[in-house]
Write a protein that binds this ligand. Structure first.
Ligand code: SER
Length: 598
């Protein structure tokens, strides 16, 4: 039986042999993308290249990407939902297209050297066509050439066979999906991969990205035709190992085993125990990857930190329901680190930090939960009707640290619902800060590389150079986030930066802007970039060839772009705020524009 490690290795090896460069997984926390909190698919970090930017590693890429999707967090606990997963993928950036990709998919799935799956047990779907894009006869024809009979090929509509964009705008196109046929009889004459009777299980998706969806809903053809494929590791390995849930694959067995030891309960002994164990395993796995990320955050009440807090607290709560003793989640994380560090060395490097942060949050939660529960019991006795007011739910959160979803669950157990709109309103009022954060942003699209964000990105490089000059050459970037209005930049520094120092940094940036120097880009091997003195932020994560952006004598940095072409485009620069971000890390918010010209 194929193991998860083997599937990862085989996939990457196969595409390496087909001339693909193996690139490292990007961070789970996207940089300079204000519209999403986490990386949700393998293609996500590659959007600029799918839109036509030149990738330093070439036009054929493959990787295993760490992904987080928390939109379905409430579904976790069933057989298949996960908040963290790994996606195996390969890309053609305007290189090969449908013909090659379908032949390779067939080869990888069926050849003895690779997965060697039984051809009779494979089915495929292709796009049926509609008013915006034609029926994909081409892909259908290529599958037929592979010898796939007509009764195992399905034309399906847009809701099944179209992928993307990942947000509101961006690259998208028809896809062809691959399924394993299980020994479940067809559910009727129209049984197809579109129904969920369990006969067809999806294992891989080849997207043919030919379109760029615009904000007005129209589709423009992309200048280059791309291939974007995605194979969810957990789901696929579950199908290949023929188990009834992803939690029974070799990826999860050691984690579930640890939870059994800690709780003294058995997975499968009853439904509630199984569900709780799955939630604990899933949530702690995600929390471990968020904390262990090279851009790892700590639990907080905004943005990624808030999601992390929810994951940890939910895991603790379900852990309690199966009698897991205090301190258990750190132990579970250690098992996860042990199982994954050969693929993601950052987890091994940050193990102590991961365990420390989980334990801290567990303790914080323990202190508030008892009080929150008491308070909840008190308020429900006073409610008229069956709706818990939003304001009350918010007070439980704000004063007692009791998360909304836990209030919802508790309320549900007692036959109440929660006025979520009211909660959101109260939340907004009290937490100006998190307005941009939390759940709203999951619904957003991927960032458009607009001019303004490109200009702010260039301002970020100048800011870093200015901080190095004024404060210390040891300053490094700890995080960056850009919206259309402002930049936000985190860096290591032990104390508050004085207004005088900030003025000097501002002057440095404005001098560079007034000098009107060109921003130039060169591609080179990583080693050469280092030797040339280029600043690099997340060293372990670069591929072998990198882009280096130079701004005259002011700045030289390894970066993916995009940037302004000349510093004059920034017009003026002002630091609006300097504050603490976390221990030893300061945060600056800054803006650009003609009104800040100096
Ligand atoms: N973007 C597609 C997916 O997420 C294929 O990689 O499934």
């Amino acid at each position: 039986m194929i193991k998860a490690n083997e599937l990862r290795e085989k996939f990457i090896q196969f595409f390496k042999e087909k001339g693909h460069a193996v690139i490292p997984s990007a961070s789970v926390i996207p940089e300079n993308d204000p519209t999403v909190l986490f990386t949700t698919a393998g293609m996500h970090p590659l959007v600029p290249y799918l839109l036509g930017a030149h990738h330093p590693e070439g036009t054929r890429l493959t990787d295993v990407q760490k992904c987080i999707r928390t939109g379905d967090i409430d579904e976790v606990g069933d057989a298949s939902h996960l908040t963290f997963f790994e996606m195996l993928g390969n890309w053609s950036l305007g290189d090969y297209f449908k013909k090659e990709m379908i032949a390779w998919s067939w080869e990888f799935l069926t050849d003895e050297k690779w997965l060697g799956l039984d051809k009779e047990h494979l089915a495929f779907s292709v796009f049926a066509g509609d008013e915006t894009a034609p029926r994909d006869e081409e892909s259908y024809g290529y599958w037929r050439e592979m010898g796939v009979p007509e009764d195992r090929l399905f034309f399906l509509p847009r809701e099944n066979n179209w992928w993307g964009p990942a947000g509101i705008t961006g690259p998208c196109g028809p896809d062809t999906e691959m399924f394993i046929i299980r020994d479940v009889p067809p559910c009727g004459p129209n049984c197809s991969p579109a129904c969920d009777c369990g006969r067809y299980l999806e294992i891989w998706n080849d997207v043919f990205m030919q379109y760029n969806k615009q904000a007005d809903g129209s589709f423009l053809p992309l200048a280059q035709k791309n291939v974007d494929t995605g194979m969810g590791l957990e789901r696929t390995i579950g199908v290949l190992q023929n188990v009834s849930s992803v939690y029974e694959t070799d990826l999860f067995l050691p984690i579930i085993g640890e939870i059994e030891t800690l709780s003294g309960k058995k997975y499968g002994e009853d439904e509630a125990v199984t569900r709780a164990m799955r939630i604990v395993a899933d949530h702690i796995r995600s929390a471990t990857f968020i904390l262990g990320d090279e851009r790892g955050v700590t639990p907080s009440n905004v943005d990624q930190g808030y999601v992390l807090r929810r994951l940890i607290r939910r895991a603790v709560r379900f852990g309690m329901s199966i009698d897991m003793p205090a301190g258990s989640i750190g132990k579970i994380a250690q098992v996860i680190v042990r199982e994954y560090k050969h693929v993601y060395p950052e987890l091994g490097e940050k193990e102590a930090f991961i365990v420390e942060q989980l334990t801290l949050e567990e303790n914080r939660f323990a202190a508030t939960i008892t009080q929150g529960l008491k308070e909840f019991e008190k308020v429900v006795t006073h409610i008229q009707g069956t709706v818990l007011p939003g304001k009350t739910a918010f007070r439980l959160y704000d004063t007692f640290g009791y998360p909304l979803e836990m209030t919802i669950e508790l309320a549900k157990e007692r036959g109440f619902t929660v006025d979520i709109d009211g909660y959101n309103e109260a939340f907004k009022k009290h937490q100006e800060k998190s307005r941009a954060g939390s759940e709203q942003r999951f619904k957003g699209g991927l960032a458009d590389s607009s001019e303004q964000t490109a200009h702010l990105h260039t301002a970020t490089h100048l800011l870093l150079a200015g901080l190095k000059k004024v404060l210390s050459p040891d300053i490094i970037q700890k995080g960056s986030n850009i919206t259309a209005e402002r930049l936000r930049f985190d860096f290591n520094f032990p104390r508050k930066v004085t207004r005088e120092e900030l003025d000097q940094v501002e002057d440095f940036v404005n001098e560079a802007i007034n000098a009107g120097v060109d921003v130039t880009m060169e591609e080179m091997p990583l080693e050469e970039a280092r030797k040339s003195g280029a600043t690099g932020t997340f060293s372990s994560r670069y591929g072998e060839r990198v882009k280096v952006y130079t701004i005259g004598n002011y700045s030289k940095e390894i970066c993916g772009g995009p940037h302004a072409t000349n510093t004059a485009q920034l017009e003026g620069f002002k630091i609006k705020k300097e504050e603490s971000s976390s221990a030893g890390v300061r945060r600056i918010k800054a803006v650009i524009g003609p009104e800040y010209k100096k």
